[in-house]
Structures are given as structure tokens and as C-alpha cells.
Design a binder for this molecule. Structure first.
Ligand code: ZN
Length: 424
């Protein structure tokens, strides 16, 4: 049993309410939230006690859209429009990656996630065996998202992965998905719809990221990507749309009707000049929200604090309304919304029986003082430097700037640099 005492707790189960109480974890679960009486304390043996000294314990953030191994292209091909960036810069370099490269590059991303309070990623990439090994060894939770593209022959692989990775390890799960409409044949998407209905499962996919993507989809199929996916049954059991920047009224209605999560990636959308997702409009129309960083080649950092600030700031700016997208809405999307979009129902809030996926935010820093509103401080003035401790499945993987992932950070940095040097 691990004890966190003398702290504040933002459970995310009661809006922005902050309680002064203790949190105990046992194995990978939260065992107790409250104020223990003497009797309870006397009968409990703790292997470790953390004196939080008034700091805040809250659910960890979940990164609901990323391509972790793309760390190798960080600051490699910046300042290009999306299509040119993707087809001329990214795809030729990705073709050179080996499975072992993906293993090391993913470990680099995991270190960065931990520094920003993220304990789970919804990752879309290839070579899943190597990626999965990096996560298990690090003690990090991941949900793999199917990333097939091209023709329908790839569906066999997708189905195989789904069966292989679901249930293989408590930190690993797999969800149906494909890269995007513009990299998929019609038959592949048709097959995905059939698979969604066969297994009654959600499907997650890049959706309406750029104007060009939506325009060309309408030219080709007479429908927006969302309407095309819906007509094929792809969203019959929900899922997620990554980006959702260029959504029309019918698209938003489909998301609400089907319970599809809109995963916003404001950092990537800003850097690639893709536009501003209609977050407030989607929320007002009952669409559920989550946040992702997207990959470190388009973002370029994997920082949940920057995403949270951009999410609200871009809404305020585009709507010319300072009241738009308040901090509470952002925090909910980054914790509960993202967890649910990834199918991690047990990792969403601080409550007994839930997974011990939590962070401690250091309030003893100038940018977190005074404590007028701790929740607003996190979104509007917080930074990853305020993340004091990150715990995933009951294990502390990061504390006071140190990593506990079974590998020296410097070794991971060296390998990442060797990989990129060998490709040039
Ligand atoms: Zn993406």
C-alpha cells in the first residue's frame, strides 16, 4: 500500500471541486480516498508514504492521439504545408525505420509523456510488436489504434493485431482504426465498417484535419469524411475522429448520434496551419471531447499543458469570446474525456477501485500561486515543470525530474540520435 497524505485532491468526479484528503494505492489500483480514522491507520501497513505538503493529486492526463515513434522527425521537417510535409518528408523517412528503431524512439516519447503527466497514449503507428515492448518495459500504458491504409488485404493484419494485443498484458490494448480516408481504398473502408459491425466495436481514424482532405473527399465520394464513414457503418459503435477541424453541421450531428469522440490536437493544427476545430460548437451539440498531442514531427512537443492552453485560447480567439472553452472543460477533456475515448474507463478519475494512474502537481512554484483557482492555474499558467510525480498502474515512473522506466534516459537519447544519423 502506498499512502499520499497532507495533500489536496482533484478527483475529476465532482467537477472542479478540490478536497483535502488522502489517497492510498494498492498494487495497480486506488484503494482509498478520504480521511482515515485512527483505527484504519493502525490496521494498514504502508510500504511508502508521500507527504504531499499541500500539493495537488489528480488523475493523470491521457494523450488521445499520437504517433510516439515519430520523435525521430522532431524538428527535422518543419515549416512545410501538411500534404508536402507528409508525402515528401515523412513517408520516405518512415520507410527506412526498423522495428528496433521504433522501440527506442517510442521510449523517448514515453519519457516525455511522463514529464507532462501523461500515463497513457492512443498511438497510431506500425511495427506494433516493438512499440508494445517499449511500453511494457517502461511500465507505461498504451492503447494501439489500427493504422492500416491502402487496399482491403490489410484488414487481415488489422484483425490479427486486434486479437493478439487485446488481453496480452494489463498495460496494452488495441482498437480498430485506419489511417485516413485519403490513404485508404474504398474497399478497405467498406471492410472496416463490416468489421465494426461484426465485432460491435468502435473505430478511430484521422478525420477532417485539413480543408483539402474534406474537399477532395466530397469530390470523390460526394460526402464529407464523417458522412462517408457513417454511410459505411464505420462509426456504428462509436470511436474517435482525430483532429476534427473542418466539420459541418451534419458531421457534428453524426458524432453526437454515434457517440464518437472528437480528439482535438490544437498544437499540431496550429503548426501545420490546418485550422481551428469547432470545439465549443461540438460541445454545445453534445459531442464528447478528448485531447491529443499528435506526433512529435508535426507538433513538435508532447506537452499536455501546451495543448490544454491552446485548446482554450484558440476557441476564445476564433469566437472572439473570452468566456469560451473554460478551464474545467479543458481539464475534463484531458483526463476523463481522453481516457474514455481510448476505452480506459478504469483510468479516468480518482476513486476507489480505479487504476492508480495519477499525478502530483507542485503548487509550491511561483506560476501556481496564489491559489485563487488551482484548476484554472493548471490550464492557464501551469506547465510540465509543475509535474512532480507521475504514477502509472500504481508504479511511480517519474518523480522530481528522475525517470524509473528501467533504462537510463541518456541511453535513450543516444540511440535516438544514432538512428536519425544513420538515415541521413
Ligand atoms: Zn495523427
Amino acid at each position: 500500500m502506498i499512502r499520499f497524505k497532507n495533500g489536496r485532491v482533484l478527483t475529476m468526479a465532482e467537477g472542479g471541486k478540490i478536497r483535502e484528503c488522502e489517497v492510498w494505492t494498492d498494487g495497480d489500483k486506488i484503494a482509498f480516498v478520504g480521511t482515515p480514522d485512527d483505527e484504519k491507520l493502525k490496521n494498514t501497513a504502508f510500504e511508502k508514504e508521500y507527504d504531499l505538503n499541500g500539493n495537488l493529486l489528480m488523475p493523470s492526463f491521457k494523450n488521445a492521439h499520437t504517433h510516439s515513434a515519430m520523435t525521430f522527425l522532431r524538428s527535422y521537417a518543419d515549416d512545410y504545408p501538411l500534404q508536402e510535409w507528409l508525402f515528401e518528408k515523412v513517408f520516405p523517412m518512415e520507410a527506412k525505420l526498423t522495428g528496433d528503431d521504433i522501440y527506442w524512439l517510442s521510449k523517448l516519447a514515453i519519457l516525455e509523456y511522463l514529464t507532462t503527466g501523461v500515463t497513457a497514449s492512443f498511438d497510431m503507428y506500425f511495427e506494433p510488436d516493438h512499440y508494445v515492448r517499449a511500453n511494457i518495459e517502461s511500465g507505461f500504458r498504451t492503447v494501439l489504434c489500427g493504422s492500416v491504409s491502402g487496399d482491403k488485404s490489410n484488414l487481415v493484419r488489422l484483425e490479427g493485431y486486434m486479437k493478439k494485443f487485446n488481453g496480452m498484458h494489463p498495460l496494452i490494448s488495441y482498437r480498430l482504426g485506419f489511417h485516413a480516408e485519403y490513404t485508404a481504398d474504398f474497399e478497405l473502408m467498406e471492410g472496416l465498417g463490416e468489421m465494426a459491425r461484426k465485432y460491435r466495436l468502435p473505430v478511430s481514424v484521422h478525420n477532417s484535419e485539413t480543408e483539402k482532405e474534406v474537399r477532395e473527399c466530397i469530390e470523390k465520394y460526394g460526402k464529407t469524411p464523417t458522412q462517408l464513414f457513417d454511410s459505411l457503418g464505420i462509426y456504428d459503435f462509436g470511436g474517435a475522429g482525430f483532429h476534427c477541424v473542418h466539420m459541418d453541421d451534419r458531421d457534428i450531428e453524426i458524432f453526437r448520434e454515434r457517440g464518437v469522440y472528437a480528439v482535438t490536437c490544437p498544437g499540431s493544427n496550429s503548426k501545420l496551419a490546418s485550422g481551428i476545430a469547432p470545439i465549443c460548437k461540438m460541445a454545445e451539440n453534445g459531442v464528447k471531447l478528448a485531447i491529443g498531442t499528435d506526433g512529435p514531427s508535426s507538433n513538435n512537443c508532447l506537452d499536455m499543458f501546451r495543448e490544454m492552453f491552446l485548446m482554450t485560447a484558440l476557441q476564445k480567439l476564433s469566437l472572439k469570446d473570452a468566456a469560451a472553452c473554460p478551464a474545467g472543460m479543458v481539464l475534463k477533456a484531458a483526463t476523463v474525456g481522453s481516457a474514455h475515448a481510448m476505452g480506459l474507463e478504469d483510468c479516468d478519475i480518482i476513486a476507489e477501485g480505479k487504476q492508480a494512474d495519477l499525478i502530483v502537481i507542485d503548487l509550491h512554484r511561483p506560476n501556481m500561486q496564489p491559489l485563487n483557482s488551482i484548476a484554472n492555474n493548471i490550464v492557464y499558467s501551469g506547465s510540465k515543470e509543475n509535474v512532480k510525480l507521475t504514477m502509472c498502474a500504481g508504479k511511480v515512473l517519474y518523480e522530481n525530474g528522475e525517470f524509473f522506466v528501467g533504462e537510463e534516459a541518456e541511453r535513450i537519447y543516444s540511440r535516438a540520435n544514432e538512428i536519425i544519423a544513420s538515415m541521413k
